[in-house]
Design a protein around this ligand. Sequence first.
Ligand code: ZN
Ligand code: ZN
Length: 154
Amino acid sequence: MKERFVEIPPLYADFKPGGVPGSRLRKLPLGLDEYEALRLVDYLGLEHREAAVEMEISRPTFTRLLEKARNKLSRFLVEGRHLIIGGGQVHFRDNMIKCQDCGHMFKTNMGGPLPEELTSCPSCGSSKLVDLAGGFGHGQCCRKHEEQRGSEEK
Ligand SMILES: [Zn+2]
Ligand SMILES: [Zn+2]
């Protein structure tokens, strides 16, 4: 399957209905590509054509992806599933870093400084930083794609 592109990692990736013991909840994974399709069209209001360009996939592929994502979201609401965002054949364009102490979040360019080089929060100076792309198992792979894109544009 062709790789899709997601602008930044989702800030929240784990959703549970209230009042149901965790052990009884059935998991429902939502791919990062499905999340991005919902975000671009249903949240930001983009046209399918524009969203397909953003993710670098064809318009029919995008429409199928969005339909699948909407179906999952409806199942989550109706069936009361444990929704977990992750997986999917994707790479991130930018990364998000979150400070565990003050909650400050900041965007870093995948092609820019490595998250490992960011050692303290620009807001409170804490060193307890979480690399959101890293949490989804991404980092170097996305950076490689961004570097390739950068050289193609020149
Ligand atoms: Zn902070
Ligand atoms: Zn990646």
